[in-house]
Design a protein around this ligand. Sequence first.
Ligand code: GSH
Length: 221
Amino acid sequence: MAEIKVYSAVVCPYAHRSRLVLQEKGIDFDLIEIDLQNKPQGFTDISPYGKVPAIAHNNHRVWESAVINEYLNEVFPNPPLLPNSPIDKAQARIWIDFANTRFVPAFSTLLRSPDIQQQQAAKQELYKHLQFIENEGLGKLSKDGPYWFGESVSLVDFTFYPWFERWPALKHYRDFAIPEEFTRLRQWKKALKQRDSVVAIANSKEFYIERYARFATPVAA
Ligand code: GSH
């Protein structure tokens, strides 16, 4: 039995974040797939919000992907996935917060809303966020390599990547591709897509298109 138990769902981008970190660090873990439509009895004893991901380690439970990832990074320090300096660390946390509070909600609204006006607004919002990532994130921080902080991959990369792996569903259901002009972003995505940790647990675009069909409500007439 592995030291860590990870409660996950293959379709869940938040769980994907933590699985990428585990993979990147080569941590042995037991993966427990949770059927989110039919959660096992007592699941909230492990994950008090009833959500995945959650982990059990050393008789402790940790939940919330951003917190899990920082925990894993501290307990298993190699390779380090946060920059060293306080200011870079602060930047990393700003971007993780940006992902959770701005980027992901715009992505979800665009995919899930049946309302065409809400979808239009979400497209504009998401475009603005991609532009911000391109210019303020990758444009300023990523000087000497393809990742958010240049040549070293970090928690920030693994925080955003799962939504980019799922982007084909957004393109398929909402006709919203990653705009050509965001060249740094496209290079970032390409570099991550080729990493061993990412390849090891990647799903095909057909998988996401099929699994997201029930979230992507038809466009309202
Ligand atoms: N803020 C949480 C995190 O970052 O871990 C979000 C996790 C989350 O929303 N997980 C979804 C879930 O477990 C699946 S992608 N939903 C089940 C439910 O809400 O009942």
